[in-house]
Design a protein around this ligand. Structure first.
Ligand SMILES: [Mg+2]
Length: 385
């Protein structure tokens, strides 16, 4: 515990976790979601974790069942891990012991970053509420009071529909777009060309293959895209192919960004050592929540890499966690798609005051902890039983 005031230390030393509650939700998407790999999705599987303390504070955190980590990451299994396996390791401990608790979870259950994410952020929420401070104050201060957001352009049958998505985002003030590629090279070039023709340099554009391409086809496609001034080529090849990423980074002029290849800090160190990328795309669920993602940002920054703050499609809870980190970060950030769910992909949010994107940015919440509260009627309505 870092507080210097002995009164605070003794008061907070009394706070103990008494219960860890996992709430699986099935949230309807406003429009179906298709990325470069996997089937189309019509709903979003979210796990909300509520951590209760003996003094009545309840912290909330979120993760999503994005199915990256196999069976451990099915919604029912996330709930099972948190309630039946994590809970006994957390109850009775101080919620201020975030690093210690996460280390215990990691030592006992490796490869559980998605489940750990919700615990990490619920603990931060408690610490914020116990001290009366928003999370950004705990992380480093308020460097931004609003955060610019980007959005993703999902796979659509026609270029016209892709351009229509850019029109819609542009009208909302968004100036940074991540276009999904990797299905058909000709269509990818056509999409990029049509967007540039219409918007010129008024927007920044990144392409994201979601790890779906082979090295040679990726290099060939990216070379064709070189004239279009792309901000980055995101994860062209599979997560394991770090040598392939490095080969691509040497072969094409645009920066390479990692997403699927970025999980733990060890995975980032490997990418840094091999010169395989110059930008990182973090997601709170994928990377284990605020505690671990904040470490990744510092590591990436020390290696001279750019940072794209992201999230899987999510509710206002994970959006708030990303906003808090962005607010505290002292350096530049890419306009990340950290608010895809509340930015129109979800039919409805589950927080009491859903975020709004105004002129392409979202105001950082000023309340204690994450700064958002659950609308429990909606949580009950969408709860998976
Ligand atoms: Mg990506």
């Amino acid at each position: 515990m870092l507080q210097s005031n002995p009164v605070e230390v003794s008061r907070n030393a009394q706070v103990k976790v008494v219960r860890v509650e996992a709430i699986p939700l099935n949230l309807p998407l406003a429009r179906t979601l298709k990325i470069a790999v996997g089937s189309e999705r019509t709903c979003l599987e979210v796990l909300i974790v509520r951590i209760h303390t003996n003094d009545g504070i309840v912290g909330i955190g979120e993760t999503q069942a994005w199915r990256r980590q196999g069976g451990a990451e099915i919604l029912a299994n996330l709930a099972n891990i948190v309630e039946n396996h994590f809970q006994p390791l957390i109850v009775g401990r101080s919620p201020f012991d975030i690093a210690g608790i996460l280390q215990s979870l990691d030592e006992s259950f490796s490869n559980t970053l998605y489940a750990q994410a919700a615990v990490s952020d619920a603990l931060y929420d408690i610490v914020g509420k116990a001290t009366g401070l928003p999370l950004h104050s705990l992380l480093g201060g308020e460097r931004r009071s609003a955060v610019r957001t980007g959005t993703i352009l999902t796979i659509k049958p026609t270029t016209k529909e892709v351009v229509a998505m850019v029109d819609e985002g542009y009208a909302r003030g968004i100036r940074y777009f991540g276009l999904k590629i990797g299905v058909e090279p000709e269509r990818d070039v056509e999409n990029v060309s049509a967007i540039r023709e219409r918007y010129g340099n008024r927007i920044a554009l990144r392409v994201d293959a979601n790890a779906s391409m082979k090295r040679d086809t990726a290099i060939s496609l990216l070379k064709k895209l070189e004239p279009y001034g792309l901000d980055a080529a995101e994860q062209p090849v599979p997560s394991w192919d770090i040598e392939g990423l490095a080969a691509i980074a040497r072969s094409v002029s645009m920066p390479v960004m990692i997403d699927e290849s970025l999980s733990t800090d060890h995975s980032l160190l490997d990418v840094i050592r091999r010169g395989a990328a110059t930008a990182v795309h973090t997601k709170l669920a994928k990377n284990g929540g605020v505690y671990r993602t904040w470490r990744l940002w510092h590591l990436a920054d020390a290696a001279g890499m750019r940072i794209c703050p992201g999230n899987h499609p999510c509710t206002g809870v994970a959006t708030a966690a990303a906003l808090q980190m962005c607010a505290a970060w002292p350096g530049p950030l890419i306009d990340g798609a950290f608010a895809v769910g509340v930015g129109g992909e979800l039919e409805t949010d589950i927080t009491t005051h859903p975020f709004a994107i105004e002129n392409g940015e979202i105001k950082v919440p000023t309340g204690a902890g994450l700064g958002v509260e659950l609308d429990m009627d909606k949580v009950e309505h969408f709860r998976v039983r």
